[in-house]
Ligand binder design. Structure first.
Ligand SMILES: [Zn+2]
Length: 174
C-alpha cells in the first residue's frame, strides 16, 4: 500500500477508480490518488501502481497540460527542432535543473509557469525565424536570421547537439 499525501492540505489521499474522478467516463481499471476537498488527483501507473507525479488540483492540471503541449511541439510535429532527448536537456538547462528532475508531471504551479514562459519564448523565436532553439540544437549551423524560417526544418542527421553549449544565435558564414 502506497501512502500519498495531498500537497495542498497534507491529508492522506485516497486510492479510487477512474469513474470516481471522471464520472462521465467508464471505469477502465485505472487507479487514481485523490483528495476530494482539494479537487486534486493523480493517475497511477497501471503496472507499478505508483502515482505518475504529484497530486494536481484544477489550476495545476491546466498548467501541466499547457506545458506538455508546448513542450511536445518542440520535438514532434511539423515545427520540431530537436529530438525529445535534446528537448529535455535543453529545457532542464533553461530551467536550471538536472535533467533527471525535469519532469513536467512532477512540477508545481510555479515550475509549470516558468516552463510555459521558456517554451513560449522559444516558440516565438522559431516563429520569428531567429533560430534560437535550432542554433542550440545544431551547434555550428551556418544560418542567417533573415532566412531562418526556411532553415528551421533540418534533416535529422544534422541535429547533433552539444548540451554544454550556451544558447546563441548562429552566425552567418556565407
Ligand atoms: Zn488535499
Amino acid at each position: 500500500m502506497i501512502d500519498v499525501v495531498c500537497p495542498y492540505c497534507a491529508q492522506a489521499a485516497r486510492l479510487v477508480s477512474r469513474s470516481e474522478v471522471y464520472p462521465h467516463l467508464p471505469d477502465n481499471g485505472w487507479r487514481y490518488f485523490r483528495c476530494e476537498p482539494c479537487d486534486a488527483h493523480i493517475a497511477c501507473d497501471p503496472r507499478s501502481g505508483q502515482p505518475q507525479g504529484r497530486l494536481a488540483n484544477a489550476a495545476l492540471r491546466s498548467a501541466k497540460r499547457m506545458a506538455h503541449g508546448l513542450f511536445d511541439a518542440v520535438w514532434k510535429g511539423s515545427h520540431a527542432s530537436m529530438t525529445r532527448s535534446q528537448a529535455r536537456h535543453w529545457l532542464a538547462d533553461r530551467l536550471g535543473m538536472a535533467v533527471a528532475d525535469c519532469q513536467i508531471a512532477n512540477f508545481d504551479l510555479a515550475q509549470c509557469w516558468q516552463t510555459i514562459a521558456v517554451l513560449r519564448q522559444n516558440r516565438n523565436w522559431q516563429r520569428n525565424g531567429t533560430q534560437a532553439a535550432v542554433a542550440w540544437s545544431v551547434g555550428h549551423s551556418p544560418g542567417d536570421a533573415s532566412n531562418g524560417r526556411a532553415r528551421l526544418r533540418l534533416p535529422v542527421a544534422s541535429r547533433h547537439s552539444d548540451p554544454g553549449k550556451p544558447m546563441h544565435r548562429a552566425s552567418s558564414v556565407a
